[in-house]
Ligand binder design. Structure first.
Ligand SMILES: Nc1ncnc2c1ncn2[C@@H]1O[C@H](COP(=O)(O)OP(=O)(O)O)[C@@H](O)[C@H]1O
Ligand SMILES: Nc1ccn([C@@H]2O[C@H](COP(=O)(O)O)[C@@H](O)[C@H]2O)c(=O)n1
Length: 210
């Protein structure tokens, strides 16, 4: 039996990675797709005072528990289910519950730094980078973080200038060079997403035992 096809989806914050991953999953509803998001593997900061958590650089590779992420990826590749951590952006800590992820014929892994991290990248068969203009990304992030992640305007702007933008330029954007496919216009690009889905189906068809 051949191992699952691992598809990495990277890109800047609010570029549309989650949207692309969701559309790929929907288009492959007849296949077994396992999905993991790098955001779920942020380190648990529950022992740090809440005010200090707000100052952490969440865009640096060290913010993630990458050992656990790679361990889970390898478990899924070997056909074992995992219990994925659940992350709470409002408190920057892990929730008490975990989420069962069953193994699949395709493993989708999505996150800002999944192409930057060699140990994660080396597990991938197909590498995608989702691109979107910076002005659109910051506007979407501002809206999302205030609406869904419990932040206020000043915090989003301060964090963006202090951490998000420099780490994007230092780690995320350069990781585009590892991509096999760059999807412009983020999650809106149904033509590119359709082509990706077609290519994944073709890869599965040549290995029917997946
Ligand atoms: N094409 C789009 N137009 C408007 N809003 C969008 C678009 N794509 C994504 N969004 C919104 O932007 C935010 C980030 O999108 P998401 O797909 O979660 O990006 P990422 O996973 O890269 O952070 C979400 O709130 C989403 O609803
Ligand atoms: N406690 C946290 C953890 C992460 N972030 C930000 O999330 C961004 C990555 O998630 P996307 O869905 O936007 O890809 C990243 O840029 C971190 O700054 C946070 O604000 N708080």
């Amino acid at each position: 039996m051949s191992s699952p096809l691992v598809v990495g989806i990277a890109g800047g914050t609010a570029s549309g990675k989650t949207t692309v991953a969701r559309k790929v999953r929907e288009a492959l509803a007849d296949c077994r797709v396992a999905f993991i998001d790098q955001d779920s593997y942020y380190r648990d900061l529950k022992d740090m005072p809440l005010e200090d958590r707000r100052q952490v650089n969440f865009d640096h590779p060290d913010a993630f528990d990458t050992d656990l992420l790679v361990h889970h990826l390898k478990q899924l590749k070997s056909g074992q289910a995992i219990q994925k951590p659940a992350y709470d952006f409002r408190t920057s800590s892990r929730q008490a519950n975990t989420v069962l992820v069953e193994p699949g014929d395709i493993i989708l892994i999505e996150g800002i730094l999944v192409l930057h991290m060699k140990e994660v990248r080396d597990q991938m068969d197909v590498k995608i980078y989702v691109d979107a203009d910076d002005d659109l990304r910051i506007l979407r992030r501002l809206t999302r973080d205030i609406k869904d992640r419990g932040r206020d305007f000043d915090h989003v702007v301060g964090q963006y200038l202090r951490h998000v933008r420099p780490m994007h330029m230092g780690f995320v954007e350069p990781s585009k060079h590892f991509a096999d496919i760059i999807i412009p216009h983020g999650g809106n690009n149904d033509i590119a997403i359709g082509m990706l889905v077609g290519a994944l189906r073709a890869r599965l068809a040549v290995s029917p035992s997946r």
